[in-house]
Design a protein around this ligand. Sequence first.
Ligand SMILES: *Cc1c(COP(=O)(O)O)cnc(C)c1O
Length: 351
Amino acid sequence: MYPKLNIDKQKLAENVRFIKSESDKYGVDICCVTKCFCAIPEIVDIYFENGIREFADSRIQNLKKINYVGVKRWLLRLPMLSEVEDVVKYSDISLNSQVKTVQALGEEASKIGVVHNVVMMVDLGDLREGVRPEKAIETAKAFNSVDGIKLLGVGVNLNCYGGVLPTETNINELVQIAEEIEKECGITLEVISGGNSGSIYLMQEGKLNKRVNNLRLGEVVFVGQETSYQKNIEGMHENIFTLELEVIEIEDKPSVHIGETGLNSFGEVAVYEDKGIMKRAIVGCGRQDVDISMIEPLDKNIEIIGFSSDHIILDFTKKGESFIGEKIKFNVSYGAILSLCTSEYVCKEVR
Ligand SMILES: *Cc1c(COP(=O)(O)O)cnc(C)c1O
């Protein structure tokens, strides 16, 4: 079945083992983030079989699918008040910043007789989730006093909305906040979670504050690059996911439209360079599945011309022999993996 997203089992297994042993070396526990690939069980199995015992996802629907004995499940996105019942049921740890939400989680946890673990998120400038440092102590105290809740630790998320890089300075600030909370609340925080795949470079350079004992890793594991400077990590494979699309039309056509033009099907004005008559091909996949700016043909002689909901148009002028039914391979970026895994029209093959 096409479109097909191939997942290389062997390479992924090697990446998982590599990043696990690398983190072990620095005393950092990792929880592996499954949201990008919708926690597809066959992929999660590879992580589990290669030693991962903590998993994290932003959606409860995905956490529900991860149910090995003895694993910890983290909910990454701040819980909605309307889902606290499922949060307590399907996650062991959730990231939080809102006292109201933590109170609701505590109430639910007490009701079913469990203690729910909470990691308080601190915003250190990326401006997505988390309380600002000046509000951290007061919020931690409030979390710590809720029945049914254990304040397990603090965490930060960077590299996301604002693209702010993790540095020794902001990570040390997180640790400083954690230590103040410990003093003020008279507790020890078990977890200081120093970010995502963007923090790997600090760890590998030995610059991650020694009290940071957790990272939440998604992209680095299956893209093989750290995400602060997009550097390949020596010892890791890069193209774990590849996309294969099937050719459904090959025709010689002009490169500029004929006739009066209005807007395309997405309300945009189409502008194309006149390259004369081209050999154009269509493959069966489209905007409903993936954004073309996030995929790249392996064959450098193929160029992507454009797309609509269900069609991607390719320039085959420089390509050698080609035929209907031919499968064209593409490298995919994080954003492409995200949408391709979400699309039910794309077949996922782990092999
Ligand atoms: C998505 C996410 C991660 C993982 O990010 P990667 O860049 O894929 O490693 C970690 N923490 C939070 C809160 C996230 O939302």
